[in-house]
Design a protein. Structure first.
Lengths: 95, 507
């Protein structure tokens, strides 16, 4: 199953990700495969099985309290559409 | 309560939600440093805390431990299973569009803390929960030259571990709310889990306030107050809000369930006995916010076994209430004095170190020295710290030096009057009290010969008061004692000196 190009472009815009034409084709295929997989899952009989939000059944995955390096600021700021004095700049949003 | 009439008609019901930044090295879910206070904007940022697609959070073990510690200190249950959830709301301070928090299965719940307003009986305030979440980015609101308003985002704070402590609606006055906050701050600082400083923004409090007719079991409509950035702001905002809601109810109006912000220094609607400032409506709450909570799929849940909890409990420091009770029973201190000594962990530690230095092997001697140490700490020492705007931790006075100085008084090497000068010198230089006494020549004049000579001189130089005394004017002796003490530079024992003086006058 392949997703429509328009759907991929729309999702990319919502995620603020810029895609080239080739990438749109690639992701249309990949996203389509992922969504198609739900049809497979739908076919599984889950009667009497507790719902879960975790597929791997992992517990207590934690990191020690040791700080590591962050990204250089110019790399961070390059990812934002608008910046000012080292900050990201956005339109005012009233709560 | 400032006025008595509303208090008889309505009961005030207050619950507090306090956000506490935890003192970890790393952020909650990524490796960025959590120490952002002095960092230039957007320098503690990585793909996780700026919410790039496809990243995976990994929780900070220390933050989980700090939360359980806090839960234990607040007498909470530590459920064997806890999980994280996504709290969805669109606002630019949330880079992901949701905050990772704990919704229905928090790490700690159902506790209490004892709070005492001066002059009232101690009361328990229920702790609904202390759960773990992440802080948001910081927004600065600006206005451009064209009048367009916009916001600047600094992501350094995004993802810093944040603990939210929620109380039951158990407080009944602004005083009680303030005592609760002071107690919470004290406990957090004792454990070293947070700086808990309101002005620095790492201890932030929102208040839920409602009124109900006295005797009613039902709660009134709840108003949430935000933007209180100091202890006095919390106190003043609650006072204001109680008064406002009282007036609304008295006028027959219905209290709207809403969020209001505390704004300082605006209007004086309720007259001069109220602090300047008022609460201003921010938004109405149509029922509960729809945050569309759902379990965080990227974070495996936590199982907490009993042995782990007990290990954390065993490692907790002695907390202020327990310490205060022990100081009272072990050293016979008053509640008031013991409270002052346990105010900070550093102060209590200073007292305990000084007490540990006591050489007197008798129980009576130990109690006597302990009380003297407490008196000096609460009296002269605190006065000097305040006058010099110094913290105890930065002071040059060590517990051993304070004890050594008190020993000099007790041994009769110096008088109480000289001790004040000696202590000031110890405070100034950090020097050894015995050496300071030598340098300043402050040894107590022991021999009555030396005192005798000084007294003779004073009698000779002051014939009028001497004659007055001999003529029956008893108070005249005070002047002569004062003159003699000045002559000795405070180095004589006043009782001995007075006795010698009287003998000579009456001879
Ligand atoms: Zn990060």
């Amino acid at each position: 199953m392949k997703l429509e190009r328009e759907a991929v472009t729309h999702i990319a815009r919502l995620a603020r990700v810029h895609l080239t034409d080739d990438e749109i084709d690639t992701y249309a295929g990949q996203l389509g495969d992922i969504i198609g997989h739900f049809d497979v899952l739908d076919g599984v009989n889950t009667d009497g099985i507790e719902p879960t939000t975790q597929a791997l059944m992992l517990r207590n995955v934690m990191a020690d309290d040791v700080a590591g390096p962050s990204l250089p600021r110019d790399v961070v700021l390059d990812l934002a559409p608008t910046t000012e004095d080292g900050y990201l700049r956005v339109r005012a949003v009233l709560e | 309560m400032t006025t008595t009439t509303p208090a008889t008609r309505y009961e005030t019901v207050i619950g507090l939600e306090t956000h506490v930044q935890l003192l970890t090295e790393r952020k909650m879910f990524c490796d960025c440093s959590a120490a952002y206070a002095d960092a230039p904007p957007n320098t503690h940022v990585c793909p996780v805390c700026m919410a790039l697609p496809g990243v995976l959070p990994v929780m900070n073990r220390k933050a989980v431990e700090f939360t359980i510690m806090t839960g234990l200190a607040l007498n909470c249950e530590i459920p064997p299973f806890a999980k994280f959830d996504r709290k969805n709301y669109p606002y630019p301070d949330l880079l992901k569009g949701y905050q990772i928090s704990q919704f229905d299965m928090p790490s700690t719940q159902n506790g209490w803390v004892e709070v005492q307003v001066e002059g009232e009986e101690p009361r328990r305030v229920g702790i609904t929960r202390a759960h773990l979440e992440e802080d948001t980015a910081r927004l600065t609101h600006k206005e451009g030259a064209d009048g367009e308003s916009y916001s600047l985002i600094d992501m350094n704070r995004s993802g810093v571990p944040l603990m939210e402590v929620v109380t039951d609606p158990d407080m009944r006055s602004a005083e009680e709310a303030r005592e609760y906050l002071l107690k919470l701050r004290q406990i957090l600082r004792y454990m070293g889990v947070s700086n808990a400083n309101m002005e620095e923004g790492n201890f932030r409090c929102d208040a839920n306030i409602s009124l109900r007719p006295v005797g009613s079991a039902e709660y009134g409509a709840k108003v949430e107050i935000k933007n209180m950035n100091s202890f006095s702001a919390v106190y003043n905002a609650i006072q204001y809000e109680v008064r406002r809601q009282t007036e609304e109810l008295d006028a027959g109006r219905v209290i709207a369930q809403e969020t209001r912000g505390w704004v300082e220094d605006v209007n004086e609607a309720f007259g001069s006995d109220f602090a300047k400032g008022s609460t201003v409506s921010q938004r109405s709450k149509e029922g509960a916010h729809d945050y569309r909570y759902f379990p965080e799929p990227d974070l495996p849940p936590l199982t907490v076994d009993l042995s782990y909890v007990e290990k954390i409990r065993a490692a907790l420091p002695e907390l202020p209430d327990a310490k205060r009770a022990r100081f009272q029973s072990e050293f016979g201190l008053s509640l008031y004095d013991a409270n002052l000594l346990v105010e900070t962990r550093a102060k209590a530690a200073f007292f305990e170190e000084a007490v540990a230095a006591i050489e007197d092997p008798t129980d009576a001697g130990r109690l006597r020295f302990a009380r003297l140490i407490a008196n000096w700490m609460i009296g002269d020492f605190t006065r000097l710290l305040n006058a010099n705007e110094t913290e105890l931790a930065d002071s040059r006075v060590t517990p051993k030096r304070l004890y050594a100085m008190i020993s000099l008084i007790e041994q009769g090497t110096i008088t109480g009057a000289s001790a004040k000068s000696v202590f000031e010198e110890v405070f100034r230089t950090g020097g050894d009290p015995a050496a300071i006494v030598k340098d300043l020549g402050l040894e107590q004049i022991g021999g009555s010969d030396e005192i005798s000579q000084i007294v003779d001189k004073v009698i000779e130089a002051n014939p009028k008061p001497v004659a007055d005394y001999r003529a029956g004017k008893q108070e005249a002796v005070k002047f002569l004692v004062g003159m003699s003490m000045r002559e000795t530079k405070g180095r004589a024992n006043p009782a001995t000196l007075t006795e010698i003086l009287k003998q000579k006058l009456e001879a």
